[in-house]
Design a protein around this ligand. Structure first.
Ligand SMILES: *[C@@H]1O[C@H](CO)[C@@H](O)[C@H](O)[C@H]1NC(C)=O
Ligand SMILES: *[C@@H]1O[C@H](CO)[C@@H](O)[C@H](O)[C@H]1NC(C)=O
Ligand SMILES: *[C@@H]1O[C@H](CO)[C@@H](O)[C@H](O)[C@H]1NC(C)=O
Ligand SMILES: *[C@@H]1O[C@H](CO)[C@@H](O)[C@H](O)[C@H]1NC(C)=O
Length: 367
């Protein structure tokens, strides 16, 4: 009897150990996505739900808000997007103009490769394509598309570890389809992506991958960071061990295009968290219908839902105050002490993203 008891305890112990191991392994394999980190919890999708467009009226830019004031007391359903429509059309116009003027940057040389098709998620039921870009709250959008595809009834029912498991979550990548299927979808579906200021994006990626460094992503700490330090830190002999990657090292790595390519080959892949939007989503090749900006997500999210004709099915959660706004103080803080030469090189690497999406050159860092 006693012996059986101990056998049972032993067996339980083993099961626990195996479970711990497996869960670690699974998390590692996933390369967790970019998001708002701890703040993700506070974004709450509801499906279906009352729409939350009313606050939108208070957040429209001056010119838009003044013109739409007559409708501000109307039902949320009657919110007039025509002013925001103009902003959106201007974004597309700019994109198309800059794409055509490819004398400066090799924007049009980036073809729609597997990397891009891997980034695009497909919602066949509602004919939507979504190109996933890091650090703009993509997990929320993916959850919604998963629900719209019908695999789960509600956003809350999707297990966290399934959101990015595209074998099992019912949200296929475009790359999993045949050439004919891809072409058909690119031609006829509603397509959108969300971008943000390129330098803020890099700061966010740096913090996420090297500072907070979640334990399930040891790859960044143990492989990427030491390789970048070895190559780009001037006095790495002094500080290689414990100090960890500095933002300055990261900036040098990203500003050195050929060196970065070399290192990335060594890593075995391009790292989606910091390659350009041009490489991620091929915006000059794929004619996106809407380009969302993280900085104006409060307006853009409901606009996207409406443009995709799913606004009666989902609503965007309220966005915590201030987290989407461009924070110049933060940018200045991160770049302080980094040489102008290095920052200019970094800017050159990301100039395409700045121009295509209408982000101003950060003169205060470069001149
Ligand atoms: C999120 O939504 C669920 C279900 O609608 C609700 O129970 C929960 O309190 C909400 N959480 C937050 C943080 O609003
Ligand atoms: C193309 O880019 C160059 C360099 O920035 C600029 O001088 C020129 O005006 C642009 N042309 C168009 C048509 O935008
Ligand atoms: C543009 O692309 C071509 C061919 O891929 C390459 O030879 C050239 O160096 C590139 N130019 C720039 C400015 O990157
Ligand atoms: C901007 O960033 C700084 C430094 O990270 C932070 O202290 C400040 O609260 C931020 N401002 C806003 C409006 O979020």
């Amino acid at each position: 009897m006693m012996r059986r008891h101990w056998l049972l305890v032993g067996a339980c112990g083993w099961v626990l150990l195996i479970l711990m191991f497996v869960s670690k392994f699974i998390n590692f394999g996933f390369r967790m996505p970019d998001d708002y980190g701890g703040r993700a919890e506070s974004l709450n999708w509801t499906i279906p739900s009352l729409r939350t467009m009313k606050p939108l009226l208070n957040q429209l830019p001056q010119n838009a808000a003044s013109q739409s004031s007559p409708t501000s007391s109307a039902q949320p359903d009657e919110v007039d997007f025509s002013d925001w429509e103009l902003v959106m059309r201007q974004r597309l116009q700019l994109l198309s103009t800059v794409c055509k003027n490819s004398s400066l940057w090799n924007l049009t040389h980036t073809s729609v490769r597997k990397l891009v098709l891997d980034r695009i998620f497909v919602c066949d039921k509602h004919k939507i394509l979504f190109c996933q870009t890091p650090k703009v709250g993509n997990t929320q959008w993916k959850k919604v598309l998963i629900v719209l595809n019908g695999k789960f009834p509600r956003v809350q029912d999707i297990p966290e570890n399934l959101v990015h498991d595209h074998e099992r979550n019912g949200l296929p990548r475009l790359s999993s389809m045949s050439d004919a299927e891809i072409t058909e979808r690119l031609k006829t579906y509603f397509k959108f992506l969300i971008v943000r200021d390129p330098f803020e994006r890099l700061i966010s990626a740096f913090k996420d991958k090297f500072v907070q460094n979640p334990r399930f992503e040891p790859w960044y700490k143990h492989t990427i960071a030491p390789a970048i330090i070895r190559k780009y830190r001037k006095y790495h002999r002094d500080s290689s061990g414990s100090a960890g990657l500095h933002f300055e090292d990261f900036v040098r790595y990203l500003g050195d295009e050929s060196g970065q390519k070399q290192l990335d080959r060594q890593f075995g892949e391009h790292i989606i968290h910091w390659i350009t939007y041009v490489e991620l989503c091929a915006p000059c090749h794929i004619s996106y219908d809407v380009i969302g900006h993280h900085e104006t997500l409060e307006q853009d999210a409901p606009y996207i839902l409406k443009a995709a004709k799913i606004e009666h099915l989902v609503s965007y959660p309220s966005i915590p105050q201030g987290i989407t706004h461009y924070n110049r103080t933060k940018v200045e803080h991160y770049f302080s002490g980094i040489s102008k030469r290095d920052i200019r090189r970094l800017y050159t690497s990301y100039q395409g993203d700045f121009s295509l999406f209408g982000y101003h050159r950060p003169d205060f860092l470069l001149d």
